[in-house]
Design a protein around this ligand. Sequence first.
Ligand SMILES: [Zn+2]
Length: 116
Amino acid sequence: MVFFLLHKYVRQERSQGEVIFVENTMEWSVRNANLEKVLAVLEVYLSERYANICNCPRCRNDIAALALNYLPPHYYVESENHKDLGSPWVMVETAVSEAIDRVVEYPNHPSEPQVA
Ligand SMILES: [Zn+2]
């Protein structure tokens, strides 16, 4: 809860030592390069190599979360000169493949869709 308040409001000092909290309107430019890479690889894999597995939002998010936990974080500040940041593509592809295998084996919902 404290983190939420710190993010949502910023402390501002007025004259005579008066302190107020105002809404934080700052837009963050911090990005995770590996998150962007994982999502890109996942999109391609789910439409090609793994087109027959469950494509529901829960499985997609589980795969992305697992793959990201296999990779080191790689945060950067967004700027004009965009370089190829984050882990090498082959590592990202391996992480996504392993995450897909695990979610297919242990999905967070019944493996067969419910039929009415
Ligand atoms: Zn699913």
